[in-house]
Design a protein around this ligand. Structure first.
Ligand code: GAL
Length: 639
């Protein structure tokens, strides 16, 4: 299937007289997909039981008759006021116990059973009505789970659900909750926190000082399971009436729920890519980096999520929303450099996206997003994004289908570890996402293509290098699987340092078989304190003291061991800076027989089966071994 483009469209925002012309222009532009419906609940059901599908029927027909394929969204991210009046306690609560009020979106609590019933009703009606519609070619469930910090809710319903979840998790012999078991697993003897019954367990907010980390972790896992359940309920209904594939649109750096678990029942993973805003406020990079890429986005943020969601989607993934120009919600909202919308689109294709949809067709003149660009200006004239989409469409005509090639390097991504780091960072600014992002960036600076793998991934064969880092709890079964591989394996800092419920294990980490290394002490560092390495680079932020007879691979300037190896397995006990990681990965790649190609600053390479792409994220032209790449442009050549 050749790569395609699409757009997000809100017929309910525009007078019907515009729909024909909009559809005609979309189709003339060469778009294939239109996503509609995901916020339209109030227009579809203005009051309980009163349904108005006629306008949506009409919009779908007009778009479909112009040859456009529709992605139909379920509208459950925006419950209308009558739903809230019906269930006032469906509103979620933040960690301070404050109600998250009606008046924007995502104001529901995933634990509210009444709200889930209400969603079932509207989703069933949509699925029944449009399940066999010839213009509906895909579905989207809800919109951006977790966006605006909405995974965790500290409501009464969450409390009830959490207690039941705990009863099941800590079930004793009679299959009912065994509170003693929970007390033991959480270590509640500490600070006299033992409970006598599950009814006494509150949510882990509003405590005087930090709550028990095991309590926090179970609440994170419970909350993740609620998202999975919420999604599965909708998926089951849609599947009953439709054969079209189902997607959800995930976000950048939203890690509070396990995307692999949500993705399991979906056909396609998609994500919403807003490179400028994300680089400005979702990354711990330096001000200088932010400034250098303020109109282009961080060169690794997009690729990172493309690769991660390719894995979440079991190979199938899309961009459901692509930034087309300046947005409204970031701390600063510059215009992308001319060329970047095209570059982001091609970069997504190079990482395996089947489709890129721009958000949105026309800039809307009212409400929260009136300052957010579309492909069209509010007066319907084309904006810069329109011309760049047009260019991509022309280029696609003469390009062969891009086929994803399995990478030789795999990085494991574990949402549970992300939760554990969040709960117990042990130092300001230290996060699992940050560590994995630094590792990813280093490998990308060496010109490499990367696959992410989930902790459940069974097929680890055929990788030359596998990186498992910061994975606080490593099931012994995973260790065994890694033991049997021929690939070079890097186990990074903090791996295997906790039990499943977040205590220190009886055998100190990393506890790897046939590998004599033990972490004897852990320390974290101020950002302005670095420990220099004997070769290139420094330790930053996090340092483990390592003991054992395994051979040293990296030493500090004063001969303390930073990484040790035995056969094909290396254990790294510290978080390294750019030079440190680049040096380590260059060495590991040589050992693993992987060819590296050091990238010029801000340039990234991606290989598909037949092509090689070189993307220049800089605001200036760059000289490479393949010639000059203009600013905000790329080279594409057959290998
Ligand atoms: C996304 C969201 C869209 C729109 C967009 C603005 O996060 O899904 O509905 O709000 O951001 O950039």
């Amino acid at each position: 299937m050749k790569q395609t483009l699409g757009v997000c469209y809100y017929p309910e925002h525009w007078d019907e007289s515009l729909w024909h012309d909009d559809a005609k222009r979309m189709s003339e532009l060469g778009l294939t997909w239109v996503r509609v419906g995901e916020f339209a609940w109030k227009r579809l059901e203005p009051s309980e039981g009163e349904f108005h599908f006629d306008w949506l029927d009409k919009a779908i027909n007009i778009l479909g008759e112009h040859g456009l394929k529709i992605v139909l969204g379920t509208p459950t991210a925006t419950p209308p006021i009558w739903v809230v009046n019906k269930y006032p306690d469906m509103l979620s609560k933040d960690e301070y116990g404050r109600i998250r009020q009606f008046g924007s979106r995502r104001h529901y609590c995933f634990s509210h059973l009444g709200y889930i019933e209400q969603c079932k009703d509207i989703v069933t009606r949509l699925a029944k009505r449009y399940g066999q519609n010839k213009y509906i070619h895909a579905w989207q469930t809800d919109n951006e789970y977790g966006c605006h910090d909405t995974t965790l809710s500290y409501s009464e319903h969450a409390q009830i659900g959490f207690r039941n979840w705990l009863r099941e998790k800590y079930a004793g012999n009679d299959n009912d909750g065994d509170i003693k078991l929970l007390n033991k697993e959480w270590g509640n003897v500490f600070w006299s926190m033992d409970y006598d019954s599950f009814e006494e367990i509150n949510l882990p907010n509003l405590t005087v000082t930090e709550a028990n980390p095991s309590h926090l972790l179970d609440f994170r896992r419970y909350s993740s399971d609620r998202v999975v359940n919420f999604n599965n309920v909708q998926v089951e209904i849609i599947r009953e009436f439709s054969k079209a594939p189902i997607a959800h649109n995930y976000m950048g750096r939203t890690t509070e729920f396990n995307h692999f678990d949500v993705g399991e029942n979906l056909d396609i993973a998609s994500w919403d890519s807003y490179p400028l805003g994300f680089s400005e406020d979702r990354l711990e990079t330096t001000n200088e980096e932010k400034r250098n890429f303020s109109r282009q986005g961080n060169p690794d943020f997009q690729g990172f999520h493309h690769d991660l969601y390719r894995s979440v989607g079991k190979g199938r993934w899309w961009i459901m929303e692509q930034q087309p120009g300046p947005v409204n919600w970031a701390p600063y909202n510059p215009a992308p450099l001319d060329g970047m919308v095209r570059l982001w689109t091609w970069e997504a294709f190079a990482h395996g996206a089947e489709t890129v949809c721009y958000f949105r067709w026309r800039q809307v003149p009212y409400a929260q997003e009136q300052m957010h660009a579309g492909l069209l200006r509010p007066d319907s004239k084309p904006a810069q994004g329109f011309f760049e989409a047009q260019k991509v469409i022309n280029e696609l005509k003469s390009s062969k289908e891009l086929i994803t090639k399995k990478a030789s390097i795999a990085i494991m991504f574990d949402y549970d570890s992300d939760a554990m780091w969040d709960i117990q960072p042990q130092g300001k600014g230290l996060s699992y996402f940050g560590l994995i992002f630094d590792i990813y960036s280093s490998l990308r600076r060496l010109g490499l293509s990367i696959d992410f793998i989930s902790p459940y991934e069974k097929n680890l064969d055929n990788y030359n290098l596998i990186v498992v880092s910061g994975m606080k709890y490593m099931p012994s079964e995973l260790k065994k699987r890694l033991d049997n591989l021929k690939a070079e394996i890097l186990i990074g800092p903090r791996s295997s340092s906790k039990t499943k419920n977040l205590s220190i294990p009886s055998i100190l980490p990393p506890n790897l078989s046939n590998f004599d290394v033990t972490v004897t002490r852990v320390q974290t560092l101020r950002p302005d304190i670095k420990i220099s390495l004997k070769n290139r680079g420094n330790v930053k932020g996090y340092f483990e003291n390592l003991e054992g007879n395994a051979k040293d691979l990296i030493l500090t300037f004063d001969n303390q061991s930073v990484a040790k190896f035995s056969g094909n397995i290396t254990y790294l006990g510290s978080w390294l800076d750019e030079d440190g990681f680049d040096d380590l990965f260059s060495n590991l790649c040589i050992k693993a027989g992987i060819n590296i190609e050091i990238m010029p600053y801000g340039v990234r390479r991606r290989e598909t089966s037949e092509y090689e792409f070189w993307f220049n994220y800089n605001a200036f032209d760059v000289e490479t071994i393949h010639g000059v790449i203009k600013s905000a442009d790329f080279l594409k050549f057959q290998k």
